[in-house]
Design a protein around this ligand. Structure first.
Ligand code: IPM
Ligand code: MG
Length: 364
């Protein structure tokens, strides 16, 4: 029996509901293949603010560092939305990324054929979409100092700082090249080099690394153009690599291509090696969805597919990752849908039923 230590951070809203289904599927997989997943859970986000007064309580980072991987739900909600508050649920996710040095965020976007009707884009445009955005996750505007608001004689003023070192750029750009190499060998580096200084450095670093990967075709795309092309010709992208804020915005845009956010997942990777892979944090990208929390309406598929990424990247179990992904496809092919991806005439199942169906498929 091989043991794996998994830190569970369910968070707020639908986070706990979908993480419960994800662990159910992992347990089913463990039973079949002889793995023992030891789950250790901690409270983060708004729930932690209510209980401890902070979004990322002491000890959570340590617990994560002792694990092989982290499964994260989502944090936030209207209850903690006061912009003047010093404690915010989002501090949990930002603190985890920084504290665990998870600098590369992989967000794959595939369009499942049956979901094409759920997307606002035409079928012809969605045909063949299969891309991955790699977002730099621990630098840029979200972490640069100074970041503050102050009062001047002419009123209030605020500043954020966008800063990148060449080392920070190079390590994430290399993840992009490596990933492209294993796919269609096309890398689009997205920047704003016509205006922004950090983007000019970004572009230089990409050009300096490119000769190490002669088999990968590189193009530089300005972020505004990239935003347009994601809607006009999304299938023209394979791997996109970009800095933190551009990646935040473009990945929400890209998620629309897939028809439902309830299907999309992400992996945040650093450099620490685990026994069989790279340490990482895995999360569905849909957020807390407070409007449907507690109603068993949430789609657990993104959380379940997050566990497949975890098996592949952190636990060194690619075959078992395929088992989970295939199980999800079989359940969907059999016509089962949660309400977010259902069209008229579909059999609608709730969160728990969807988890049960996938877990049963995994056990076969
Ligand atoms: C995301 C989210 C986070 C981000 C928020 C919750 C801080 O939007 O993961 O994309 O902006 O990074
Ligand atoms: Mg975002």
């Amino acid at each position: 029996m091989t043991d794996f230590r998994i830190a569970l951070l369910p968070g707020d809203g639908i986070g706990p509901e979908v993480i419960t289904e994800a662990t159910k599927v992992l347990e089913s997989l463990g039973k079949r293949f002889g793995y023992n997943f030891q789950f250790q859970e901690a409270i983060v986000g708004g729930a932690a603010i209510d209980k401890y007064g902070v979004a990322l309580p002491d000890g959570v980072l340590e617990m994560c560092k002792k694990s092989d991987a982290v499964l994260f739900g989502a944090v936030g909600g209207p209850k903690w939305d006061d912009p003047t508050s010093k404690v915010r649920p989002e501090q949990a996710i930002l603190g985890l990324r920084k504290g665990l040095q998870l600098f590369a965020n992989l967000r794959p976007v595939e369009v499942m054929p049956f979901l094409m009707d759920a997307s606002p884009l035409k079928k012809e445009i969605l045909e063949g979409v299969d891309l991955v955005v790699i977002r730099e996750l621990t630098g840029g505007l979200y972490f640069g100092k100074p970041q503050k608001t102050w009062t001047t004689s002419r009123g209030r003023r605020a500043v954020d700082t966008m800063a990148y070192s060449e080392g920070e750029i190079a390590r994430v750009v290399r993840v992009g090249f490596e990933l492209a190499r294993g796919r269609k060998k096309r890398l689009a580096s997205v920047d704003k080099a016509n205006v922004v200084e950090t983007s000019r450095l970004w572009r230089q670093v990409v050009n300096e690394i490119a000769p190490e990967y002669p088999d990968v075709q590189v193009e530089h795309v300005l972020v505004d153009t990239a935003a347009m092309r994601l809607i006009q010709r999304p299938a023209s992208f394979d791997v996109i690599v970009t800095e933190n804020m551009f990646g935040d915005i473009l990945t929400d845009e890209a998620s629309v291509l897939a028809g439902s956010m309830g299907m999309l997942t992400s992996a945040s990777l650093g450099t620490r090696r685990t026994r069989r892979g790279t340490f990482g944090m895995y999360e569905p990208i849909h957020g807390t969805a407070p409007d449907i929390a507690g109603q068993k309406k949430a789609n657990p598929i993104a959380a379940v597919l997050s566990t497949a990424l975890m098996l592949r990247y952190s636990l060194g179990l690619p075959r078992e990752a395929d088992v989970i992904e295939d199980a999800v496809k079989r359940v969907l092919n059999a016509g089962h849908r949660t309400v977010d991806i259902a069209v008229q005439g579909d059999k609608v199942v709730n969160t728990v039923e969807m988890g049960d169906l996938i877990a049963a498929e995994v056990a076969k």
